[in-house]
Design a protein around this ligand. Structure first.
Ligand code: OFO
Length: 171
């Protein structure tokens, strides 16, 4: 495998791993703050990020490169509010999108069209994740400080997480 491509993919492995840790910290915070639906949603999101990392590791190794398993990063222990959690999630996804774009750029520079093709899955995934985070944040801003609204919001996220894990659903 081309060394620049290998380095770019390994850098992405680290980003996905840190996303997984970040969302795990959010899940744990939500669980400790009575937001069980949000916690389920975040635990699931954390698992998805681990899957994104594994997919990259396997791709690198299958193509003759060497995947580097990154050190586990310490995410924040606490968050100021639920709105802040989703703001951070959106900011993080925007950063990940830009990093995916950088990998795609290296693929084009190195004329590695098969890795470019592989990366298209991540490009689409980022579009979905950013749209999801923006949608959730919009809802939270509408709710403001309304406790009843917040209760329904949390239940909504629980249903969303349950749907995503239902047999036949795309996790
Ligand atoms: Fe891996 O998609 Fe979010 O970060």
């Amino acid at each position: 495998m081309n060394k620049r491509i290998e380095a770019a993919l390994n850098d992405q492995v680290q980003k996905e791993s840190s996303s997984s840790q970040f969302y795990l910290a959010m899940a744990s915070w939500a669980e400790n703050n009575g937001l069980n639906g949000t916690a389920k949603f975040m635990y699931q999101h954390s698992d998805e990020e681990r899957f994104h990392m594994l997919k990259l590791i396997k791709f690198i190794n299958e193509r003759g490169g060497v995947a580097t398993v990154p050190a586990v990063e310490q995410p924040p222990k606490t968050f100021d509010s639920l709105e802040r959690v989703f703001e951070l999630l959106l900011e993080h996804e925007i950063m990940v999108t830009s990093s995916i774009n950088d990998v795609v750029d290296v693929c084009l520079q190195e004329k590695d069209y098969s890795t470019h093709n592989f990366m298209q899955w991540y490009v689409s995934e980022q579009l979905e994740e950013e749209a999801l985070a923006r949608g959730i944040l919009d809802k939270l801003r509408l709710i403001g400080g309304d406790k009843g609204g917040l209760y329904l919001f949390d239940r909504d996220l629980e249903n969303q997480a349950a749907k995503a894990t239902a047999p036949g659903a795309n996790a």
